[in-house]
Design a protein around this ligand. Structure first.
Ligand SMILES: Cc1cc2nc3c(=O)[nH]c(=O)nc-3n(C[C@H](O)[C@H](O)[C@H](O)COP(=O)(O)O)c2cc1C
Length: 173
């Protein structure tokens, strides 16, 4: 686990290889094992491998999603907000779990923020994703995780560069 944490970096460049079905199954299993408040499991996960749909998702907001059109797979994380008052936290835990499991399987990944982001038209990025994937209106769209085999290696941040001033003991000052 510590090695995964030390070496994790976001991947936005993929080499075009598809992700084998066995690995996709493991990603799905890991998502369903993510912890949620009160075990409410308000989330659902849409696996997208259709290049046309990926190209549409890539423009759900003007910046920070374009690389989706070159990814072999995206996982769109949605939740029924009525099912939990902390659906954002539940979805975030699922997203980061997915990213670490992907890394353990030698896959690169990158979180794409959807909630609170906007399309060029002024529509919310959530509305664009909902329309694109025919997601019912009562679902919120938290994020999309792009996944694939990395086209370039990125090294983890060296320990000396970590901002240890952010760690406090007992009191703030
Ligand atoms: C909540 C959250 C939202 C993010 N949204 C985006 C995004 O929309 N597009 C993107 O390219 N990266 C996004 N990222 C990835 C961050 O930019 C990245 O984690 C950060 O720059 C640190 O780089 P590293 O992951 O390589 O360590 C997001 C990460 C988090 C945790």
């Amino acid at each position: 686990m510590l090695d995964l944490i030390r070496n994790r970096r976001s991947a936005r460049k993929f080499d075009g290889r598809p992700i084998p079905t066995e690995l996709i199954d493991l990603l799905g299993e890991s998502l369903l094992r993510s912890p949620t408040s009160k075990n409410n499991r308000p989330w659902e996960f849409i696996f997208v491998d259709d290049p046309t749909l990926l190209a549409h998702l890539a423009v759900c907001k003007p910046h920070g999603a374009t690389f989706l059109k070159e990814a072999p797979l995206a996982v769109v994380i949605v939740a029924d907000e009525k099912a939990s008052d902390v659906w954002v936290e539940d979805c975030s835990i699922a997203a980061i779990t997915l990213q670490y499991v992907a890394q353990s399987l030698d896959l690169g990944s990158c979180w794409i923020q959807v909630r609170k982001r906007f399309h060029d038209s002024g529509d919310s990025a959530e509305a664009v994703v909902r329309r694109t994937l025919e997601i019912p209106d009562h679902f919120r769209v938290a994020s999309i995780v792009a996944l694939g085999y990395r086209r370039e290696e990125r090294t983890g941040v060296p320990k000396e560069k970590l901002d240890y001033q952010k760690i406090k003991l007992n009191r703030y000052s």
